[in-house]
Design a protein around this ligand. Sequence first.
Ligand SMILES: C[S@@+](CC[C@H](N)C(=O)[O-])C[C@H]1O[C@@H](n2cnc3c(N)ncnc32)[C@H](O)[C@@H]1O
Ligand SMILES: [Zn+2]
Length: 409
Amino acid sequence: MIEYPLVTVIEGKTKIHVPDVESFKKSPASYPPSDAPVFYNKVMELNRDFALAALRVYQKKYASREQLHYCEPMAGSGIRSVRVANEIENIAVIINDRNPQAVELINENVKQLQLEKKTQVYTDDANELMLRFGAVGKKFDILDIDPFGSPSAYIDSAAQVVSDNSLLAVTSTDMATMCGVYSKACIRKYASKPIHTWISHELTVRMLLGFIATAIARHGKMIRPVFAHSTEHYIRVYVIVEKGITKAKAAMEKLGFISHCRNCYSIDYSFGLINTLTRECPHCKEKRQIGGPFWLENIYEKAFVDELVLELQQLEDLYGKQRQMSKILALITEELKAADSQKASICYYDLHQISDKLNSPSPALDATIQELIKKGYIATRTHFRTNSIKTDASIDEIIKAMKKVLKKK
Ligand SMILES: C[S@@+](CC[C@H](N)C(=O)[O-])C[C@H]1O[C@@H](n2cnc3c(N)ncnc32)[C@H](O)[C@@H]1O
Ligand SMILES: [Zn+2]
């Protein structure tokens, strides 16, 4: 019998009971989802909406079999998995949380929605659950790792329980660490040196992908990133995992280092697990920041993103956060125009930062993009940061384009 206050919410097509988190708020500065006996965060509805949309795309276009096996090892209130069980056909859903009160609530919702036949609910440690299933050869087609903070402690177990051609989705809310506020903690958790600067949000995605690729490769598998987004206080990546030693070796070659110069804003990269970028910036001779290893290849797959766009157009009433998702997808669709050029697709230039340095007003973003395109460069906006441009133009060419736009004004 659940004795703490509950509220009923509707996400997607699912009506579910969750803790009334506001009633648990301990102090004005506290974070109510963590104060409640069971974790539920309304802000993560967009994360869950994208998770269901990605699952539908995977099921339609990527899955190898008709009957899918899904697992969420850290389910909190269970809202994500219960939505999956309630809204998706041909799927068996494993829901787990080590918090017994979470499992009590999950069971309650499974019962009220009559989902007993499609679900199995466990109260285990996430790693123990994944390794136990993996050990007896029961593999998941979709695995959703959505922990508190860092996912780093769960990826090795995840690698052992995903099937060939599976969809692995991972959230990280460990942003301060991954952005380089806590550099040593970052190296400890992700074996990657962060760069603390305005390109950090894309770097965190590339760091997480590099970390996942390495853990997966250890088990003779490779990742193919299909989708990622950086939203509010978290990042989220979606990768297809494929089996094969040769593929795993090839994936390791996609890692490398990135440099960022705070003086002239140039961004450079070098492939390989040994850094070959010089500390002295070759463009302005100042000292620059170097971080890595990061995933240097594409972080989105065009076909997957195109399908997500279609999914939202056709089934928009399934997603409460449809408008916000469409905006993110529109920017990512633009970013994909830079995908054929590594120089253009790796990180971005912030026009405000450059203008501050030049002591001049910031030019209009779209006009600057058009100016660069006129010159024959790739140039796009990015969902990672407003007022920023992905381009294969050099920093000198970007400044020229900015000045031209300001002059026209
Ligand atoms: C961020 S919440 C999950 C939110 C949920 N995925 C959603 O979409 O609403 C993280 C959950 O992980 C659980 N947890 C933390 N460490 C765990 C572990 N080692 N094994 C299993 N569950 C764990 C916590 O009890 C908490 O409910
Ligand atoms: Zn420089």
